[in-house]
Design a protein around this ligand. Structure first.
Ligand SMILES: [Fe+2]
Ligand SMILES: [Fe+2]
Length: 233
């Protein structure tokens, strides 16, 4: 289904007001809602700035014609991932969302409603960690990394995450789930995951992206395809 686009003509906007005006337009972008900006100058810096302000949730395409720039801005969720690391970052958000929904239900004392979500969360998290350990760490050299280097930090944190997830799964398996107990385990895991994902996205993935760029496009595309299959299965 085509996404409806809202068009905003900012070509006559005063330079001092352009960033604010563009931000007002693109902050309405959501999954399924795109906007188009008509701009008077190359939008590379402007779009990078807007994207940072909106937590890197934007994806955009630029077309230049007759001295004007037409920028179609979508939510990142509506854009195909550019590489395996963009896919993993999107998967972080999906996993975090499942845990946040579960935690909200547990904090209301509704363990019965949280249980199927937590099972989905646990399965998604295991697939994600399994892909990072089994595919990326193995082929991009985490096992030879020094203890304080990002690949070794990732492997260590995965072991910590697995231990914390085990507590959640044991509580789920023990019979009628105790919402308060589960909420404590989930809150601890949520904090651990937030720090881990930040370190991966900012320290490790840039290193691995550079290593992967030295390989051929076919190898990169094949890795992205395997990641899609593994994370969604
Ligand atoms: Fe990880
Ligand atoms: Fe990850």
């Amino acid at each position: 289904m085509a996404i409806p686009e809202h068009i905003h003509d900012l070509r006559d906007e005063r330079p001092a007001h352009l960033t604010g005006a563009a931000l007002d337009c693109v902050k309405t972008v959501r999954p399924g809602i795109a906007v188009t900006l008509l701009l008077p100058a190359d939008p590379a810096l402007l779009m990078a700035s807007l994207n940072l302000q909106l937590r890197e949730n934007l994806h955009w395409d630029v077309v230049e014609a007759d001295g004007a720039w037409r920028v179609t801005v979508r939510h990142r969720a509506d854009a195909p991932p550019v590489d395996v690391f963009a896919l993993l970052a999107a998967d972080h958000k999906r996993i975090d969302g499942l845990l946040a929904q579960s935690l909200a239900l547990l904090n209301r004392g509704d363990a019965a409603a949280a249980t199927p979500l937590l099972r989905d969360f646990a399965a998604a998290l295991k697939r994600h960690v399994g892909f990072e350990d089994g595919e990326l760490a193995a082929s991009l050299g985490a096992t030879q990394a020094a203890a304080d280097e990002p690949p070794a930090v990732m492997l260590r944190e995965h072991r910590e995450i697995a231990q914390q997830l085990e507590l959640v799964e044991e509580a789920l398996a023990a019979g009628p789930a105790d919402a308060a107990e589960l909420a404590v385990y989930c809150a601890i895991l949520s904090g651990t995951l937030a720090k881990h994902e930040y370190r991966e996205e900012h320290n490790l993935f840039p290193l691995w992206r550079a290593a992967l760029m030295r390989r051929g496009k076919d190898a990169r595309d094949a890795l992205l395809d395997r990641a899609k299959t593994r994370l969604e299965s």
